[in-house]
Design a protein around this ligand. Sequence first.
Ligand SMILES: Cc1cc2nc3c(=O)[nH]c(=O)nc-3n(C[C@H](O)[C@H](O)[C@H](O)COP(=O)(O)O)c2cc1C
Length: 378
Amino acid sequence: MGVGYKLFARPALALQDSERAHKRSLRMLRWMAATAPGRLMLRSLYAPRRTVPVNLFGHEYKHPFGLAAGMDKNAEALRGWDAIGLAFIEIGGVTMLGQEGNPKPRMFRADASKALVNRMGFNNQGSEAIQRHLEAHVRRYGRPKAPLWVNLGKSKVTSLEDAHTDYATTMERLWKHTDVFVINVSSPNTPHLRTLQNDEGLQRILDACHEVNQRLSASTTKDEIPLLVKIAPDVADEQLELIVRTAQANGAAGMVVSNTTLARPEPRSSKEKHLFEEQGGLSGQPLKNRSTELIRQVRSLAGPDWPIVGVGGVANADDAWEKIRAGASLVQAYSAFVFEGPALVKSVVHGLDKRRRSAGFETLQQAVGMDDVPAEDC
Ligand SMILES: Cc1cc2nc3c(=O)[nH]c(=O)nc-3n(C[C@H](O)[C@H](O)[C@H](O)COP(=O)(O)O)c2cc1C
């Protein structure tokens, strides 16, 4: 079916506008996962048969590979992501208020470079509607099997000064159903959002989110929910150090590295040249090395015990292994699902298990950050 996807579905989807193709794929996944035979089919075609357990953020993840933010902003296909065997599902970015996002077209696909450029601008239904949707989903089908992560964004109309209220309100609304929150201060498509990566902005957001966490945890039996900070790859070394220090000093449980980049690779054709001139963030294969490099830098600044989630250009087991060796405990992908389809999950997980065994490791955790160690000590 991986081959089936490449031969039939991908070319058909490639003929369509990127955003329309994305919507159609999401709808198809949701539709297939709506019945027991459909879910069985998805599971038997795509779900990994092996587990590569990772204990992190208060959960046992069945393997380290999850869905990156942006793919399912409104949590529309939760049963589908479960059925294809992802270890965790990050929904969102969710903002306090529902919003349309930027005018279309706003998502572009560079097939030769296996890259996407997008300037979606946090189009989503808003945290109130998504809260209602999650509550209805859980009542009807129970919680997703995989831990549910929520990516928190800022509504466009909310000023930077009030950003902390926007993040904290969404967090409060979705708290009950969430296993990990990711504070996204790194999308390039909301004006000035990235300035919130600076110490004062980030500190205020983390403080406001901690207040919600403590208050809700004290009034229920649920523990506080880990808060991660997602960063941009376009940061200078001094800025990175400040972000890591601020995040650690203000109780962030780890970091997601990284969001899309404003940088552009060498185009492979004149079509790509035009496409790379589009405004927005670039993801996929050309982001891979920069994001891995940033994982190394964050690990060396933060120390080996502060978890990193690696994302950017993961399209196969080698890419995921590279990020784990650089210091990522979990990895995620978005763009490669567009180019490779759902067979990606099995190929990444089985490949990682093979690499773990060839390296002689009992657990994947032993491989995390192994590039730090001189070769003769491995
Ligand atoms: C169309 C699109 C929308 C995205 N939306 C979000 C978002 O809402 N929040 C976020 O933190 N990242 C968002 N991302 C970034 C991805 O989560 C990921 O960090 C980035 O694409 C790099 O991973 P990849 O190379 O596997 O795509 C989006 C990416 C794309 C392509």
